[in-house]
Design a protein around this ligand. Structure first.
Ligand SMILES: Cc1ncc(COP(=O)(O)O)c(C=O)c1O
Ligand SMILES: N[C@@H](CCOP(=O)(O)O)C(=O)O
Length: 466
């Protein structure tokens, strides 16, 4: 029976449905499966020629612990990916002789977040209905998680959703995807601060037991295991279509909160032959510096043209540390206490060696991002969004490797028209279903980054108490 354990070791292990609703563990840690389920090469080979939905079911079913009836789970997967506007769900596009771009942006809100969020909303709805419960979802966003969560949860009977975004620090398209929902259960809140302030508020709400229990708090950020879980699938689909498991594949991932690339790490642990996992950062390069020096050291957040990656506190790095410390929660607790106290920590030599064995990291400057968008458009007529451009730039540095290189295209260029136009001269158009987005009426509140204030705001509007 699969159980989920906390990286900090002081919260009770939970089954799949409880971990799904819990989000963050009660000891402040992040849930992970006690053991990694594995697929043999033969089992992976058997997935060749199958649809995204079929592969999703085979890869994810072992994580659900039999707590979701198989037919119901399959139905949720089918419904979730029917919302995607491409028949392949996440098509793989050839970008060079041995390099590819995995387009993860064909969902409703044009970012890779739709892949996990559409499934998560259906899973939560199902579990809450089975239990006759309601939940209050609070999420932090640097721009994309919020829109995807609002789209997936809008109008759902059993949840109210509150999304905290950094005031004035998301793109106009991202903002309107969060602020123009007419659904009564949706609340967009602009926080006077940056993404880390928003994320800290969400974590503090989870650590405030009376608030947490009072509103039946649940989370949809990648601190929620189910978010990572759903993102494992596309590493399998991409690798299989390039000859996996009989050939190793490398992935470059534009990275901020370390959720997406951690899903790649899990795919590897499950048996998918992945060669390199390459972390690509913008000028907020804390992860690239950490891999180089062994010290995680926070600095001021810089505003860049890839705002969704303007992050210093990379939450899921804690999951990697847990793995690198051979799942010793005491070491994770000590490390996280150090981070809270001093804004930095050092990684033990042995753990650092393990991390460096699995991952590479590099950054792209603002100039390099703009140059990459312009160059790829000129050479191939293909428009990259600034986040994907960071991946493509970093991937090119590693292309000598014999394994095919897949860069994850995490957002559609039309989400960031300003940066894309100034780099390429092209004004990327929003797809038809969002064509009137900039004319829709906005509805949001602006709050200070003050915990009690935000809790009161949420408490007064949640319907859990009714
Ligand atoms: C477009 C885009 N690219 C990349 C990232 C970074 O992904 P992660 O936070 O999972 O590392 C994000 C935010 O999560 C994003 O919205
Ligand atoms: N880049 C993200 C930040 C939140 O990340 P998450 O994956 O933990 O939800 C965003 O766009 O909001």
């Amino acid at each position: 029976m699969m159980k989920y354990i906390s990286t900090r070791g002081e919260a009770a292990p939970l089954g799949f449905c409880d971990a799904l609703l819990a989000g963050l563990a009660r000891d402040g840690g992040l849930y992970l499966p006690k053991e990694w389920p594995t697929l043999s090469k033969k089992e992976i080979r058997a997935l060749r020629g199958k649809s995204y939905q079929e592969i999703a079911f085979s890869v994810l079913e072992p994580f659900t612990n039999g707590e979701i009836p198989a037919a119901k789970f399959r139905e949720m997967i089918d419904e979730a990916y029917a919302t995607f506007r491409h028949p392949a769900v996440v098509p793989l596009v050839q970008a060079g002789a041995n390099s590819f771009v995995l387009e993860l942006f064909h969902g409703s809100t044009l970012a890779f977040k739709d892949v996990a969020m559409q499934l998560l909303a259906r899973l939560m709805d199902y579990v809450l209905a089975e239990r006759g419960e309601r939940a209050t979802i609070v999420g932090a966003t640097s721009g994309d998680t919020g829109g995807a969560a609002i789209d997936a949860f809008a109008g759902r009977e059993r949840t109210d959703i509150f999304i905290l975004f950094p005031h004035g620090k998301v793109s106009p398209v991202q903002q309107r995807q969060m602020t123009t929902s007419a659904a009564a259960n949706v609340h967009a809140i602009a926080i006077k601060g940056n993404f880390d302030d928003c994320q800290n508020l969400v974590k503090a709400m989870f650590n405030d037991e009376s608030f947490r229990d009072g509103v039946k708090l649940s989370g949809v950020n990648s601190i929620n295991w189910a978010r990572i879980m759903a993102q494992i699938v596309y590493y399998f689909t991409a690798a299989i279509s390039l000859g996996g498991p009989d050939r190793k594949i490398s992935f470059t991932v534009p990275t901020g909160n370390f959720g997406d690339i951690f899903a790649g790490y899990v795919a590897k642990r499950m048996g998918l032959p992945i060669d390199k996992l390459i972390i690509a950062t913008n000028e907020n390069d804390i992860l690239a510096r950490t891999l180089k020096t062994g010290r995680y050291e926070m600095r001021e957040v810089k505003a860049t043209t890839s705002p969704s990656m303007d992050i210093q506190i990379s939450s899921n790095f804690e999951r990697l540390l847990f793995e690198a410390y051979d799942r010793d929660p005491a070491k994770v607790r000590a490390t996280m206490a150090g981070l809270k106290q001093s804004g930095s920590f050092a990684i033990d030599d042995a753990a650092l060696k393990k991390i460096r064995k699995e991952f590479r990291a590099a950054r792209a400057s603002e100039k390099e991002v703009a140059k990459t968008i312009g160059k790829i458009f000129k050479e191939r007529g293909y428009l990259l969004d600034p986040h994907t451009a960071i991946g493509v730039f970093v991937a090119a540095k590693h292309e000598k490797s014999s394994a095919p290189m897949v860069t994850l295209a995490t957002a559609h260029p039309a989400k960031f028209p300003g940066a894309v136009k100034s780099a390429s001269g092209i004004d990327p158009a929003l797809p038809t279903w969002l064509a009137d987005l900039m004319n829709r009426v906005e509805r949001f509140d602006i709050l200070d980054p003050e915990l009690k204030n935000v809790e009161t705001f949420i408490g007064e509007r949640t319907r859990v108490r009714e």
